[in-house]
Design a protein around this ligand. Structure first.
Ligand SMILES: *Cc1c(COP(=O)(O)O)cnc(C)c1O
Length: 515
């Protein structure tokens, strides 16, 4: 039994039973509080507000007024606060612990960003305000554009796309617009087999047919295979760099030359820009269009359906085809360049109703300015160092998919689980019992049972060591045949194994009250 410095026992030395042999009367399990749906606990009558009776009045809706109840749940304020707080505690987030999803960059969201985004001059403005009254916000967009263009070495940027996938759409639409402008009816987009699913989806959505390019044994694009697939039907090639195996495509310049020699455009998926931020500029690598995920690289909140932002940078060849609106300086006054009849014919048009996610621009610029250019470079270096620390600390007990160091994420596969009866999914579920969100599973598709781990620059060595201890412990237990710990996992989550296929295919999104 261990004691703290006041002599109180901190650990009874006994392992708590996984399933106690009693049920609580309340349905709660200690601090894990049960919580029904708000529709089950609330109704209009249980609201804490006494609304005065509106008495007799003449209805002006000509009989079209609602006669039944609206069915909106109401709760007294303390119960409403408790309801949402309890729900939030069932969730896992970056503010609770290490969030090792690879290809997602779940880095710390600095509180400074939040403070800046809440400044009334940014938070309380409306896109339909006269531009003369939002000069500060437009100046911020200008400044952010400047940082993005400088970091990427590209001459133009469109801030408006609202996610990485939306940015891909923007980039491929710009490529299509450029090809149409030169009367070139190319039909094919080439995508490596390790690509994120949004790449082929984007190309297909834009009306292209997708051809897959195989990778080499070292996890990188096969340049010769790419060259032989390039011809005058190819509109563009979408390549992720660093790629989804966590590796830098070091033949990127030759790839870009081959694409351009074939008269096609090079779309780079910049979701992994974290690893090269301040170190390499896509503009120097021959890229024509690339999105940045502000919610990955630039620390804006990510997940939970929070607003994403996916600015796209363009080369000189595509700059004229970038979408509207964009900020323009007209004699010292900033304005939004919008569509005007007969003008701007070369642009691909508009990606969003207004100008994009203002709150995310503020947060991203806050991250950039608080780091400075040297700090951003160090963030990239630290992210790569952290991933290599994990790789080096785990590769004797797990199976690293490729030789050599990685960029900002470490890729493992399920060879180390061979003949143990434990799958990648079981392993991920056991991580939940360890108090960690699982890593990215089964992606990229090019390795069997993939486990892609991205620690980011914002985890301390202590946090990484704790994670490594858990991962090593689990790997050794799996190899020692302790299958139950994995097959039954998670034991400590509010709900155990869910039917995820059913949940994805037949999600129940509406509450239907009992008859
Ligand atoms: C995250 C990601 C995307 C999509 O970005 P969203 O912002 O989630 O739409 C595309 N490609 C790669 C490689 C990614 O990791």
């Amino acid at each position: 039994m261990s004691m703290n410095n006041q002599g109180r026992p901190t650990d009874t030395g006994e392992t708590a039973p996984i399933t106690p042999d009693f049920e609580s009367y309340s349905g709660h399990k200690g601090l894990r509080l049960a919580e029904p749906l708000i529709h089950e606990i609330g109704n209009a009558e249980s609201s804490g507000v006494d609304v005065p009776d509106c008495g007799d009045f003449d209805m002006a809706l000509g009989g079209l007024q609602r006669s039944g109840k609206m069915g909106i749940p109401g709760l007294p304020e303390p119960d409403a606060v408790r309801h949402y707080t309890r729900l939030s505690r069932k969730n896992y987030g970056i503010d609770m612990g290490l969030f090792p999803l690879g290809s997602c960059t779940m880095k710390h969201n600095p509180r400074l960003n939040e403070k800046m985004a809440r400044l009334p001059g940014f938070a309380d403005i409306h896109p339909l305000q006269p531009v003369s009254s939002v000069q500060g916000a437009l100046a911020l967009m200008e400044e952010l554009s400047h940082w993005i263009m400088t970091l990427t070495g590209m001459p133009a940027v469109a801030l408006s796309p609202k996610a990485g996938a939306h940015g891909e759409l923007c980039g491929i639409m710009a490529i299509r617009t450029a090809l149409e402008a030169r009367g070139d009816a190319r039909q094919v987009i080439l995508v490596p087999d390790s690509a994120h699913g949004t790449n082929p989806a984007t190309a297909t959505f834009c009306g292209y047919s997708v051809k897959s390019i195989p990778g080499k044994a070292d996890g990188r694009v096969d340049l010769e295979a790419l060259k032989s697939a390039l011809d005058d039907t190819v509109a563009g090639v979408m390549i992720t760099n660093p790629n989804t195996c966590g590796l830098f495509e070091h033949e990127i310049r030759d790839i870009a030359d081959a694409i351009h020699d074939a008269g096609a455009f090079f779309y780079c998926d910049g979701a992994n820009f974290t690893a090269i931020m301040g170190k390499a500029r896509p503009g120097d690598l021959g890229v024509d269009a690339m999105h940045l995920n502000l919610h990955k690289t630039f620390s804006t909140p990510h997940g939970g359906g929070g607003p994403g932002s996916g600015p796209v940078v363009f080369s000189a060849a595509l700059a004229d085809h970038a979408p509207i609106p964009y900020v323009m300086d007209v004699g010292g006054a900033l304005t939004m360049k919008e569509w005007k009849d007969g003008e701007a014919d070369s642009t691909l048009g508009r990606m969003t109703a207004f100008h994009g996610q203002m709150g995310m621009y503020v947060r991203a610029l806050s991250y950039m300015l608080s780091h400075g250019s040297d700090g951003l470079k160090q963030a990239a270096e630290d992210a790569v160092l952290s991933a290599n620390y994990l790789l080096a600390s785990l590769k004797d007990v797990m199976s690293a998919s490729f030789d050599g160091p990685c960029m900002h994420e470490a890729l493992f596969d399920d060879r180390f689980l061979k003949d143990t009866g434990v799958t990648t999914l079981d392993f991920a579920k056991a991580m939940i019992d360890e108090g960690f969100h699982p890593m990215t599973m089964y992606f990229p598709l090019v390795v069997q049972g993939a486990m892609l781990i991205e620690p980011t620059e914002s985890e301390s060595k202590g946090n990484l060591d704790q994670f490594i201890r858990s991962m090593r412990g689990l790997a050794l237990e799996a190899k020692a045949g302790k299958v139950e710990r994995f097959k039954g996992a998670p034991f400590y989550a509010p709900l155990r194994r869910l039917d995820e296929t059913q949940a994805a295919r037949k999600p129940i999104l509406r509450y239907i009250p009992p008859e």
